[in-house]
Write a protein that binds this ligand. Structure first.
Ligand SMILES: [Cu+2]
Length: 141
């Protein structure tokens, strides 16, 4: 008898705890306070806030935007052998191909780096997917 009674008590305790826990989790009201606390914290995100095209960024790399359906800007000047980053901020796939470089496929939200020629000059490039989508990379010292 003793053993049996202790088992029954144990089960009752477990059931009580489970019921209590379930009740708490079904009613979580943390919305008003936490929402106000998060609003003023505007964290600066360099990637999103500064898509500066056509001139060297803080990292010294020149970016060219791939938009729908144009390059931004249409002319970019860089030093010989400079790294150029093609950033697809459009909604469709693009590429950039010249007689010197080829990014291959750049998906929306993606980016590909190329090296400018070491020889000065004007390098016209196109997106092979979109006729008329073309621009010029100017290499000068
Ligand atoms: Cu394109």
């Amino acid at each position: 008898m003793r053993i049996r009674r202790s088992i029954i008590i144990g089960l009752a305790t477990a059931a009580g705890l489970a019921g209590c826990g379930g009740g708490e989790s079904s009613s979580p009201p943390p919305a008003p306070g936490s929402g106000q606390a998060q609003e003023p914290t505007v964290t600066p995100q360099p990637r999103a806030s500064t898509p500066v095209y056509g001139k060297p960024g803080q990292d010294g790399i020149t970016r060219v935007g791939m938009l729908d359906l144009r390059f931004e800007p249409l002319e970019v000047s860089v030093k010989p052998g400079a790294k150029v980053l093609f950033v697809n901020d459009g909604k469709v796939t693009h590429n950039a191909k010249s007689n010197h470089f080829f990014t291959r496929v750049v998906e929306p939200g993606d980016e590909k780096a190329v090296r400018a020629s070491r020889k000065t000059g004007r390098y016209r490039y196109v997106c092979t997917f979109h006729p008329g989508m073309e621009a010029t990379l100017i290499v000068k010292k």
